[in-house]
Design a protein around this ligand. Structure first.
Ligand code: PEP
Length: 250
């Protein structure tokens, strides 16, 4: 299976000064981590986060990027801008972007393409709404989102793709998928990637689970055979809780 990656998604939380405090708290707690550790911070915190994590085992992610290199796209940030700053990762297709900001599978694909072209590693989020789960189309929805997002991505480039399975009904709700549900869909996503590429690419892919993962439930979720890590929202804002999740990823 893919290597374990634990990534925090801070969403629209923490000013630059607060970001430095939180990263300084996290650093010693995860210094001996056996998995990759990433903090996904607001754009305005990137500079401080890069400085605070320099020389440590913590990577820095942005939470989105535009697909164009430059141009008349007021308030947008290009992948190249992130790369030049020293950012290594970008979260793309988060359900909050899809729900509130008109993100579609097609724009997710364009952003993935731009991020890869700029040399970034992508954390690609896919996941179903509760209604879709109840209608029995979870596998189809996640397969469609994954396939469209990866259009035009080569097998070699897949080493810079992490997929985060994030059931929308579990994000920020305190309602977690059961370990079995998480594992089932992560395995289905891996299977989709196997179909698109080959067994080696699928086996090497990191598939994270995200959705109310916390210090209490992380160990069980991360012990599943097809869950290679987590994308953590709320619990990533508390250094001690985040560190417990990182330690559970082995
Ligand atoms: C997320 O924002 O990706 C997420 C999983 O949030 P939470 O852990 O708060 O559900």
């Amino acid at each position: 299976m893919g290597k374990y990656v634990i990534a925090g998604n801070w969403k629209m939380n923490k000013t630059p000064a607060e970001a430095k405090v939180l990263i300084d708290e996290i650093k010693p707690l995860v210094a001996d981590a056996t998995c990759d550790v990433i903090v996904g911070v607001p754009f305005v915190d990137l500079h401080v986060a890069l400085e605070a994590t320099a020389g440590t085992n913590i990577g820095v992610a942005a939470q989105n990027c535009h697909w164009a290199e430059s141009g008349a796209f007021t308030a947008e940030i290009s992948a190249g801008m992130l790369k030049e700053m020293g950012v290594g990762y970008v979260i793309i297709g988060h359900s909050e972007r899809r729900q509130y900001f008109g993100e579609t599978d097609q724009t997710v694909n364009k952003r993935v393409r731009a991020a890869l072209d700029a040399g970034l590693t992508v954390i690609l989020c896919v996941g179903e709404y509760l209604e879709q789960r109840e209608q029995g189309v979870t596998a189809e929805v996640c397969a469609m989102q994954t396939k469209i997002a990866l259009c035009g991505v080569s097998a070699e480039e897949m080493s810079r793709i992490i997929v985060a399975y994030e059931p929308v009904w579990a994000i920020g709700t305190g309602r977690t998928a059961t370990a079995e549900q998480a594992n089932e869909v992560c395995a289905q996503i891996r299977d989709v990637v196997k179909g698109l590429y080959n067994a080696d690419v699928a086996a090497a892919l990191t598939v994270q689970y995200g959705g109310s993962m916390n210090a209490g439930n992380a160990a069980e979720l991360l012990a599943q055979s097809d869950v290679d890590g987590g994308l953590i929202g709320g619990a990533s804002l508390k250094a001690a809780d985040f560190a417990v999740i990182v330690k559970a990823a082995k």
